[in-house]
Design a protein around this ligand. Structure first.
Ligand code: FO1
Length: 314
């Protein structure tokens, strides 16, 4: 992509952060804005935890625990061990370095700073040159509707390991939310070359971002094409509960069903060669390219392919 190109990525945690890293490496470092899902955010042990924001920050700062998908590499667990000895709540594991981030975020929020401002401080401290933004500054927690009742997201995801059958989702507080200031700024940019919807879970990572009033209109009106990368390859989700959820919601577990889910929002869709046959059947322009990101070279190769595809759609 030519110098001065600017790209916005919409991302959840693990899978999204992988492509965000590819884009960060493929573009000039200050050309990327990552808008992160905050539907996973919750207050735990009195601390404001922002999992997807932190996963993106740690990944771009090259300090993420890649095997685990969340938290930091080389983390120590003294706090968790001490808490366990006290009989405290240990179902959601906070490493010592990660804990410092939650303590500092909580302190700054309590002092009146916005989540965007706190995220900006963390970004600078971690030496990340891309812009990293929460989708909005007010709470917008995802509530998972299941056969066992309505569950706060982390209770469903971590405590119950996604076991209850999903019947729907609620993005609580969406009506009162507005996009974080930097989000609107990035999307109205006349030089915006693409919006990339990362291969994150459509229901619990991307839809919460799209639920922020004004987001869908901003995406429809933005200067660059909106391109989604499928999180489903060959009828299986790469990681996490996407496939299980699609099945429980009565959807086909396929890249095509993901494209249908995003509908008119898309100007382009990216599928793996395993789904080349599906690509022909879709009525949105498709790029067929390897989408499984095993290492950093895969991430950069996918990012470069998506950026070249975006250029061709202009
Ligand atoms: N995911 C888990 O499966 N178990 C955990 O104990 C856990 C702790 C945790 C701590 C900080 C953080 O930022 C993320 C953490 N996650 C954990 C991941 C979190 O549940 C994310 O919301 C999901 O990965 C979805 O993106």
């Amino acid at each position: 992509m030519s110098g001065g190109a600017r790209v916005v990525a919409l991302s959840g945690g693990i899978g999204g952060a992988k492509l965000a890293l590819g884009l960060y490496r493929a573009l000039p470092p200050d050309a990327l804005t990552v808008v992160c899902n905050t539907g996973d955010d919750f207050v735990h042990l009195g601390l404001h935890v922002s999992p997807d924001v932190d996963t993106v920050l740690y990944t771009l700062a090259a300090i993420a625990n890649r095997a685990q998908g969340w938290g930091r590499e080389g983390e120590t667990w003294s706090f968790m061990q001490a808490l366990e000895r006290l009989g405290g709540e240990t179902w959601f594991r906070l490493g010592d370095g990660d804990l410092a981030v939650h303590v500092e975020r909580t302190r700054r929020l309590a002092a009146g700073e916005s989540l965007s401002a706190v995220t900006e401080t963390l970004r600078r401290a971690l030496g990340v040159r891309a812009t990293v933004l929460p989708m909005c500054d007010t709470p917008l927690p995802t509530i998972v509707h299941t056969a066992d009742g309505r569950l706060p997201f982390q209770e469903y995801f971590v405590k119950l390991r996604c076991t209850p059958a999903v019947t729907g989702f609620e993005y609580r507080g969406a009506a009162d939310a507005v996009p974080a200031p930097g989000v609107t700024h990035a999307l109205v940019d006349a030089g915006l070359e693409a919006v990339v919807i990362c291969p994150s879970n459509p229901f619990i990572s991307v839809d919460p971002i799209l639920a922020v009033p004004g987001m869908r209109n901003a995406l429809a009106a933005c200067a660059g094409p909106v391109i989604a990368v499928s999180p489903v390859i060959g009828g299986r989700a790469v990681k996490g509960p996407t496939g299980k959820m699609m099945g429980e919601l009565g959807l086909e577990v396929s890249a095509a069903a993901v494209a249908t889910h995003y509908g008119d929002l898309l100007d382009g869709f990216v599928v793996d060669p395993a789904d080349a046959a599906l690509a022909d059947a879709l009525d949105v322009p498709c790029l067929v390219t390897p989408t499984l990101m095993r290492d950093d070279a895969d991430k950069v190769a996918l990012a470069e392919a998506v950026l070249a595809f975006a250029r061709g759609l202009d």
